[in-house]
Write a protein that binds this ligand. Structure first.
Ligand code: HDD
Length: 711
């Protein structure tokens, strides 16, 4: 039986945050007796005290009451949005200082390594919902700086649905499961969501993002992150500069395909959480560059959109992103509840040398986050280990539930006779930008806020052909799940404002819809940075990918072992799959260890698969296992790289994927057709491995999709 005792802490290892958290850690230790919460030892935690062994259970049993009562209260309200998430610790290292623009040391002092924490999340689903749903992803970063906690509570999309916080409430009520029957879970594919989005013009741009592949990321490790709002930097004279924050993943920005995402929701609902956890455990630490777009104060009005409008991005074609530092996630939480559920991000957490802009969405968020943490976690949530700053902190706020530090200061007000809690020197304190503000009280936003479609069209135009095709299927899927014709009509009317042809194509599956003539001609402008297939800032690498090597009877041990080794050397997680788990003998009698079998894994668990066979030519004809044929067809349809060695080539060409390859593939040397790497001669695996790594790096074989579109 595992028992909990207070750890004797020698918190000297790791960064400031790790050491601090360590001092709050309790360790399991089987040698220490089990106790009550008040410390008395317990000899029996399995039976309550009864009056006689068949008699009534009596109240005089503290342990029984304490155990049940604690259990009765061990859930807290889940987050209203972003309830489903995964977190990890790490560090931020600045390499290019923003000298002269800000006094914030985290952005100017390259000698510092700042402890960091990130929580990734979906938005609409509840805490137990699946990971691979169509949704934006939360990308909330905290830096435990020497000057206080700095939180960038962002998403994997650079724009938002609405311009003002007051509309967030309507948005969330519309997107969440419908109130009468609480269906559907974690999806926008329902009447209320599309009713709201089609009627509310502010959502137009964001609609293009959620219909795009960005809404079904391959991995948290392969997502961009965005602070979304325009923020401010303040120099030592309080001069302000506007800034937008971007996180760019070292592994590139990549997505699943929709059919795969749908299947994974059932096959592995923890797909993203597991992927992040496993990568960190394996030492494959995910990394992002922090980039900034800097806009001088005097340039605030030079764009044809308002930089305070969170439904607009600043195209990188106009203002380049400069990378200034690297975020690395290198430590998994050890206690999900205290280290992930209890993390309390606030957009208002900024440090001296930073300020908020007048973005009306941001102003509302600055109110909402602190407010929600109080109802989720209580007024003392900042004392919880994951939330504590690593720098000294002292306030005159007192008491409240869960105030567990004994404080020696006898005056909780200012000024006071002891000079306790003195104010900091002004230059080290939080400052606000002292700007002149005047105007007539109004509920209206500025004129540029009232243009809603230009950037939606820009996004659509910037997509490659496969990405446009995915948006089309996504729109057809989403609207097909809506039952009301007026929702279909209104949604397609809105698409018509983005691109007429797109609206016409979506309407092909809704014969009752009339697509009106083009309301607004497509302006034809594109950005070179928005596509995940052709985007200028995109990275393609095999590193961090997971490949399933399917071992078939009589497989050639030496070549498979060589392929596995080569993949691992390229940073690929090469996993063995076979009919059974455990040691699987190859042609020479040596074994490889299969982690997965055909029952507990599917092709969807891998970025690419290899069928590894041997020299026995008669075997291919016998290989009729439905599961394997399905794996080959599914991976092919999901546009994944596939490899086939030895006798599996004939099987692939004749049985699994008949009619896909040219006649010569069964007998020739190594060849690549439609992203399938074929090696009838088993060989040493060296040449095969090199070509296969290149194919994996391409992420998906889009030519298969282009063929399909053309057909
Ligand atoms: Fe929000 C959570 C991101 C607008 C109110 N939001 C939350 C989280 C992320 C975002 C990543 C999860 C934090 C975590 O991991 O604990 N939210 C955004 C972005 C927005 C945005 C990128 C627009 C640019 N949010 C937004 C508005 C409001 C909220 C306009 C309220 C008016 N968001 C919340 C919240 C949550 C939250 C209800 C739920 C739990 C929490 O805050 O801590 O307060």
């Amino acid at each position: 039986m595992a028992q909990i005792v207070e750890k004797v802490v020698n918190a000297t290892v790791g960064d400031a945050k790790t050491r601090q958290m360590e001092s709050f850690t309790l360790d399991e230790n089987s040698k220490t007796p089990l106790t009550t919460y008040f410390g008395a030892k317990i000899s029996d935690t399995d039976h309550a005290i009864k009056a006689g062994n068949r008699g009534p259970t009596i109240l005089n049993d503290h342990h029984n009451r304490e155990k049940i009562s604690h259990f009765d209260h061990e859930r807290i309200p889940e987050r209203a949005v972003h309830a489903r998430g995964a977190g990890a610790f790490g560090e931020f290292k600045l390499h290019t200082p923003l000298t002269g623009l800000t006094t914030a040391k985290v952005l100017t002092d390259t000698s510092k390594t700042t402890p960091a924490y990130v929580r990734f999340s979906t938005v609409g689903g509840s805490r137990g919902s699946a990971d691979t749903v169509r949704d934006p992803r939360g990308f909330a970063v905290r830096m435990y700086t020497d000057e206080g906690n700095w939180d960038i509570v962002g998403n994997n999309m650079p724009v938002f649905f609405v311009q003002e916080a007051i509309k967030f409430v309507d948005l969330v009520h519309a997107v969440k499961p419908e109130p009468h029957n609480e269906i559907p879970q974690a999806q926008t594919a329902h009447d209320n969501a599309w009713d709201f989005m089609s009627l509310h013009e502010q959502t137009t741009h964001m609609q293009t993002w959620i219909l795009s592949d960005r809404a079904i990321p391959r991995s948290f490790r392969m997502m961009q992150g965005f602070g979304v709002h325009t923020f401010k930097l303040l120099d030592e004279n309080n001069k302000s500069t506007f800034v937008k924050y971007h996180w760019t993943p070292h592994l590139g920005t990549h997505s699943l395909v929709w059919d795969e995402a749908l299947k994974l929701n059932g096959q592995d609902p923890d797909f993203h959480r597991r992927d992040l956890y496993d990568a960190i455990e394996a030492g494959a630490y995910p990394k992002w560059e922090l980039g900034v777009q800097i806009i001088k104060e005097e340039d605030e009005h030079k764009f044809d959109f308002d930089i305070l409008d969170s439904t607009k991005l600043i195209p990188e074609d106009l203002v380049p992103v400069q990378n200034i530092g690297t975020l690395t996630l290198n430590r998994n939480p050890t206690d999900y509840f205290t280290e992930v559920e209890q993390v309390a991000f606030c957009t208002s957490h900024i440090v001296p040398g930073q300020d908020h802009s007048n973005d009306p969405l941001l102003a509302g968020r600055n109110f909402s986050y602190l407010d929600t943490q109080i109802s989720r976690l209580g007024v003392n949530h900042n004392f919880l280990p994951v939330n504590r700053p690593v720098c000294p902190f002292a306030t005159n706020q007192r008491d409240g539930k869960g105030a567990f530090n004994s404080r020696r200061n006898r005056t909780a007000y200012h000024p006071n006779r002891h000079d306790a809690l003195p104010m900091s020197a002004p230059e080290e304190s939080l400052r606000h930008h002292e700007e002149k503000v005047e105007g007539i009280q109004t509920r209206l936003n500025g004129p540029k806020f009232q243009e809603y479609t230009d950037q939606a069209t820009l996004f659509y135009n910037s997509m490659s052909e496969p990405e446009k095709e995915h948006m089309l299927s996504a729109a057809q899927f989403e609207l097909s799940k809506c039952s009301e014709h007026e929702v279909h009509q209104a949604a397609i009317d809105r698409y018509n404002l983005i691109d007429h042809d797109f609206a016409v194509k979506v309407a092909e599956v809704f014969p009752h819809i009339t697509v009106k003539p083009a309301v607004k001609p497509n302006h034809g402008r594109k950005s070179a940075f928005l596509s995940q297939v052709t985007g200028k800032n995109q990275t393609f690498t095999a590193e961090g990918r997971k490949v399933g090597i399917y071992l078939l009877p009589g497989y050639e041990f030496a070549s498979v072992a060589a392929i596995q080794k080569a993949l691992q050397a390229a940073g690929v997680m090469a996993k063995i799959v076979s009919a059974q788990t455990g040691a699987i003998k190859g042609s020479n009698g040596q074994s490889l260890d299969a982690e997965f079998n055909f029952e507990n894994s599917r092709s969807t668990h891998f970025d690419a698969i290899i069928f590894a066979g041997g020299a026995d030519a008669s075997y291919a004809k016998k290989l009729k296992t439905g599961r394997l044929i399905h794996a080959a067809r599914e991976a092919f349809m999901h546009k994944k790289a596939i490899g086939a060695t030895g006798n599996t080539v004939e099987w692939l060409a004749d049985i699994a994927l008949p009619g896909e390859f040219s006649a010569g593939v069964k007998t020739g040397g190594i060849s690549l057709e439609k992203g399938v790497l074929i090696a009838p001669e088993v060989g040493t695996g060296a040449e095969f491995s090199k070509s296969f790594i290149d194919a994996v790096a391409k992420h998906r074989v889009w030519e298969r999709e282009v063929d399909h579109i053309a057909a």
